[in-house]
Design a protein around this ligand. Structure first.
Ligand code: FAD
Length: 462
């Protein structure tokens, strides 16, 4: 009897899971997840991601148990754990869905070589990106550096395949599992995750429900509402996509199926956001050090300032005295998520007004975002900094006051996240009548903007 080991990674779902689908079609299955924090080059997950992972695995384990099989949890280097699991279970094949971070690709390639030489069947599947990063290239065969032609080229390719149904029957032997609680993925010194628990329910069922709610309701008006931080105008699918609780194929096809003449343009903009996700991943695939090296090497000479710890604390914990920045950073700290427009504003503030290296912001987001994603986070920080591919020009400096007046005119977002400002008259510019407990501005917007522009000018002349 064929027995396949299915190794789950960033694809914590049962539906539209090609590796699981193919394995179930072959015969019995053993499904495992390996917590590998030790293989060379693997970046340890941030705190918020660890919280998400714990809850996502817990939810998936219940879903598999309902189907009659365990989810086998093991920790250690995958190069050791997977062969051991094959031996213990008696599997004759290993299936997984592809991943694209270089260190992870290296682990997978080595294992594939080793196991194939040992006579096992090893198959990998496309599951987490609509287009493989090596598939979409310019006429000369090189990767795209600009989003618009990249996305046009994607759309000219055959449409992404239809999602696969989850297997209805799963059978397989019982294999020992480690205890999820023993992995200590949840906060253990003090419980900072209360806001995350209030905001999110990790797992495939919630992801599916959010998608349904989005395509049948929220999407109407997405083009405008997605700009407004106080409105639930976006899908909130990012952490679910990050951990693969839902696939981009499911999102893509649900969006297209729900499209009516009233929502077609909103849906086109939404699917374009999925396109940005694809673009970020193809950038990371071709530039594996996207989270640590400037994409445009010209920025290597940029005179970043070393912030003192009070200044950095002020940005991280939302005490800069600029309401939009503080509201965003407090939303992030409390919920593990921040609205996209505010992400751009807080990023610009750190990198341009404070002139702090974008990698400092990337690392803070990596630690605090529930959707912290190796490609999206790095590519977007470089976009904000101006050092990335198809990035915002460095001279585009978001003014936090103008931004909040435009996108949160009544100050509802500001008041929600900054209790000190609840009864402030000038909520966008509170410093003329500073409410008790709210800090004065950390810096002068005009002076800091000039300083950044001058530094950029010098860089261009070098
Ligand atoms: P929706 O508007 O509903 O979009 C649907 C999906 O499209 C998102 O879930 C996401 O997967 C994708 N998407 C949307 N915008 C972008 C974008 N600009 N780049 C890439 N994919 C996008 N997104 C992450 O998923 N993880 C990150 O770590 C991350 N870090 C960011 C850092 C900075 C400095 C900035 C400016 C943006 C970052 N983003 C990141 C992109 C974006 O802010 C989030 O994807 C979005 O806010 C998620 O909310 P949503 O799911 O409701 O988005």
């Amino acid at each position: 009897m064929a027995l396949t080991l299915v190794w789950l990674r960033d694809d914590l779902r049962i539906a539209d899971n090609p590796a699981l689908h193919a394995a179930a079609g072959r015969g019995d299955v053993v499904v495992c997840y390996v917590l590998d924090e030790v293989s060379e080059g693997i970046r340890p997950l941030g705190g918020a991601s660890r919280w998400w992972l714990h809850n996502s695995l817990s939810s998936l384990r219940s879903a598999f148990e309902d189907q009659g099989i365990p989810l086998v949890l093991r920790s250690g280097p995958a190069a050791d754990v997977i062969p051991r699991l094959i031996e213990e279970s008696g599997a004759d094949a290993v299936f997984w869905n592809r991943r694209y971070v270089l260190a992870e690709r290296n682990v997978d390639a080595a294992l594939k070589g080793f196991l194939s030489d040992e006579g096992y069947q090893v198959h990998s599947f496309q599951a987490n990106l609509l287009f493989e990063p090596w598939e979409v290239t310019t006429g000369s065969g090189s990767p795209y550096k600009v989003f618009t032609p990249f996305w046009r080229a994607c759309r000219n390719r055959p449409a992404p395949r239809e999602p696969l149904d989850g297997p209805t029957v799963l059978r397989g032997p019982n294999v020992d599992s480690e205890d999820l609680d023993e992995w200590r993925l949840l906060p253990d010194t003090f419980d900072w995750a209360g806001g995350l628990r209030q905001t999110w329910t990790p797992g495939e069922l919630t992801a599916q429900a959010l998608l349904d709610r989005f395509v049948t309701g929220t999407v109407d008006g997405y083009a405008d509402a997605r700009q407004l931080p106080d409105v639930e105008g976006t899908s909130r699918l990012s952490p679910h996509l990050r951990f693969g609780e839902i696939s981009p194929f499911q999102v893509w096809h649900s969006a297209r199926a729900a499209s009516t003449s009233a929502t077609a343009s909103d849906l086109a903009i939404f699917t374009q956001e999925l396109g940005w996700r694809e673009f970020c991943w193809q950038l990371l695939y071709h530039q594996p050090r996207l989270a640590t090296e400037n994409y445009r090497r010209q920025f290597d000479a940029f005179p970043w300032q070393q912030p003192d710890s009070d200044e950095l604390d002020a940005w991280q914990y939302g005490r800069t005295g600029f309401p939009l920045i503080d509201a965003g950073m407090r939303q992030l700290w409390h919920t593990g998520w921040m609205h996209n427009r505010v992400r751009m504003a807080v990023g610009s503030f750190l990198v341009k007004n404070m002139m702090v290296d974008w990698r400092v912001g990337e690392q803070w987001f990596w630690d605090t975002l529930v959707d912290a994603d190796p490609a999206n986070n790095a590519a977007n920080w470089q976009w904000v900094a101006g050092s990335g591919a198809d990035a915002a020009p460095y001279f585009r400096i978001f003014n936090p006051v103008t931004q909040s007046k435009k996108f949160d005119p009544d100050g509802r977002y500001l008041r929600r996240w900054i209790p000190e400002l609840r009864s402030a008259h000038k909520v966008h510019e509170p410093w003329t009548d500073l409410p008790a407990g709210y800090p004065p501005p950390l810096l002068d917007l005009k002076v800091s903007r000039e300083r950044a522009l001058n530094a950029y000018q010098d860089l261009r002349q070098d």
